[in-house]
Design a protein around this ligand. Sequence first.
Ligand code: MG
Ligand code: MG
Length: 259
Amino acid sequence: MVKPKTEEEIALLRENAIIVSKTLAEVGKAVAPGVSTLELNRVAETCIRDHGAIPSFLGFEGFPAAICASVNDVVVHGFPSDYILKEGDIVTADIGTLYKGYNGDSAYTFPVGEVSKETRKLLDVTKASLYKGIEAAVEGNRTGDIGYAVQSYVESFGFSVVRELEGHGIGKEMHEMPGVPNYGRRGRGALLTDGMTICIEPMVNAGGKSVYLDRNGWAVHTSDRKNSAHYELTVVVRRGKAELLSTFDFIEKDGTIRF
Ligand code: MG
Ligand code: MG
C-alpha cells in the first residue's frame, strides 16, 4: 500500500514540477540545428540553479550530467555530448530537480527544425498517449489501467511501447513506489488513491518495441535504430480527475515557440 502525500508535500512537489516545466521550456527555446546537446544541458543546469534547485540527475547512480538528452533512436538516458543537432532530428530532454527536500521529474521530445511527417506523428501520438494515461490516473483505478490506456492508444497507430522502463511514484525520492508501466491490463497492478503522486512517462518507438543498452551502461537505444519519443508529467491522483503538477504550457503556450 503506497501512502498518499499530504497537501503540504504536494505543494512542495508542485514547486519542483514548475521549476522542471520552466526549465524544459528554456531547453526548448535553445533546440535548433547547429546546437550541441551539451549546450542544452548547460541551459537546463543554469535554469535549475537560478531557481535555487539542484539538478537531481547529476551524480544519480553516477549519471554525468544535469539532464538526459536522448537523440533519435535513443529512448532515454542519453548523455549530453558534443553531438550537433541537425534538421530533422528529435531530442528528448528529461529533467529532474531536488528542491526543499522533494523531487521534480518531467520530459519532452522536441523536433529539431522540420521533421518528417512520420516523426511528427510519433511525437503527437506519444504525447497524446501520456494524456490518455493521465485520464486513467484516478482514485479507484490501478496502475494497469494507466498502462492499458497508453498501450492501446499507441498501438492503434502502429507504434510500440517500451517495456523495460516505466513511470513511478515521486516524493522525497525521485523514484518511489508504485511502478507505472506503459502497458498492461485493466484492473491489474497497484491501487491508485487520492493524494498519490506519480510520474507517467510513455516511451514510444516508431518501429518495434525491442531496445538495447549502450556500452556506456546508460543510453537505451531502439534495436531497429528507428526513432523513439518520450513525454513525462507529474500528476496527483484525485477522485474523478488527476491533477497536473508539471505542465507543458510553458513550452506550448509561451507565444514565442510552438511545437
Ligand atoms: Mg524523467
Ligand atoms: Mg521519471
